[in-house]
Design a protein around this ligand. Structure first.
Ligand code: AMP
Length: 190
């Protein structure tokens, strides 16, 4: 199984790109944010637990996220590939992820880091707020999410750099331009 992790700040384009590439390569797209939003909409116990964190721009606690991923991985047929979008977001999640994959005799192929400057991220999130109306795209929550990214998620860059799995991609430009940059990386593995 090919396993790709899409990494980057909120608004980097992880979701957009992961969706397009999952279609192209017939891979599973696994977005923890989407799973959580859908759980909130359906008012499941997971959704009830996650809502407050999401609406305030905080991360949902690691044990909830790791449980969710464990469950998804256990219930997956053998797929040709999975694109993880928005997971892992903390060192604890990255450690737990490694262990889960080890137990399945699998490993990450590449971590694709979409690099986008902070001003651009803010601009994109403000636009998305007008289009999608996500409850966590308000200016105040956007600021919080960027802070949380820097504090809890950005340290993972070093973690993955050390493992040699990190591929940096310029996230500026059109969706197509960024898409072809990412395809060049994925195609080394498929
Ligand atoms: P996203 O759609 O990836 O931007 O995620 C939206 C929100 O869902 C985040 O701001 C977090 O509150 C929550 N979330 C998504 N993925 C994770 C994760 N791996 N760990 C903790 N919280 C998450």
């Amino acid at each position: 199984m090919k396993i790709f992790v899409f990494f980057g700040p909120p608004g980097a384009g992880k979701g957009t790109q992961a969706k397009l590439l999952a279609q192209r390569y017939n891979f599973i797209h696994l977005s923890t944010g989407e799973i959580l939003r859908s759980a909130i909409e359906k008012q499941t116990p997971l959704g009830q637990k996650a809502k407050e964190y999401i609406d305030s721009g905080e991360l949902v606690p690691d044990d909830i996220i790791i449980g969710l991923i464990r469950n998804r991985l256990q219930n997956l047929e053998k797929e040709s590939g999975i694109l993880f979008d928005g997971f892992p977001r903390t060192l604890a999640q990255a450690d737990a992820f490694d262990k889960l994959l080890q137990d399945m005799d699998e490993k990450i192929s590449a971590v694709i880091y979409l690099k986008v400057p902070e001003e651009v991220v803010i601009e994109r999130l403000v636009k998305r707020a007008q289009i999608e109306g996500r409850t966590d795209d308000t200016p105040e929550v956007v600021r919080k999410r960027i802070l949380v990214y820097k504090e809890k998620t950005e340290p993972l860059l070093n973690f993955y750099k050390k493992t040699g799995l990190l591929y940096e991609v310029n996230g500026l430009g059109t969706i197509d331009e960024v898409n072809s940059r990412i395809r060049k990386i994925i195609e080394r593995f498929v």
